[in-house]
Design a protein around this ligand. Structure first.
Ligand code: FES
Ligand code: FES
Length: 156
């Protein structure tokens, strides 16, 4: 079936099969591999994207459900190729190791900071509870979100 989706501000079309996930369509049909596929069961958050502004696991959404809606992926946060402040903060805080969880964490952190410019540590941990990381132990991820919040708030 043919679908049209506005992805990162651009209207795109693809031919998907009825049971295809949005994650699969993003990676394979739309050529956007930033969203990662780690569990395909809604458990890890590595595929996090915004669907009409709501944080979702793209592996749990059918591509067909995204038809005529707006999707923002991690690529959409840095459309010119220059790193977003949150991405920079993750690097500067040492919150990236293997990097597999990072795109989902960046999208989820962006969602959090859009709602709350200066979240507490508990709020950061709660907001990112659906994003699993096997490498960092999470402390540096919390540091990174705090650093991004400081920088974004300071430049606001
Ligand atoms: S791949 Fe979607 S939640 Fe893990
Ligand atoms: S940096 Fe490896 S899973 Fe998070």
């Amino acid at each position: 079936m043919k679908i049209a989706v506005t992805i990162n501000g651009e209207r795109r079309e693809a031919d998907v099969w009825a049971g295809e996930s949005l994650l699969n369509a993003l990676r394979d049909d739309f050529g956007l591999p930033g969203s990662k596929n780690a569990c395909e069961q809604g458990e890890c958050g590595s595929c996090s994207v915004l669907l009409d502004g709501e944080l979702v696991c793209a592996c749990l959404v059918l591509a067909a459900q995204a038809a005529d809606r707006k999707v923002v992926t991690v690529e959409g946060l840095a459309p010119t190729g220059e790193l977003h402040e949150i991405q920079r903060a993750f690097i500067d805080a040492g919150a990236v190791q293997c990097g597999f969880c990072t795109p989902g964490l960046i999208v989820a952190s962006h969602d959090l900071l859009a709602r709350d410019a200066r979240p507490s540590e508990a709020e950061i941990r709660e907001a990112l509870a659906g994003n699993l990381c096997r490498c960092t132990g999470y402390a540096k991820i919390v540091d990174a979100v705090n650093l991004a919040a400081e920088r974004l708030d300071g430049s606001a």
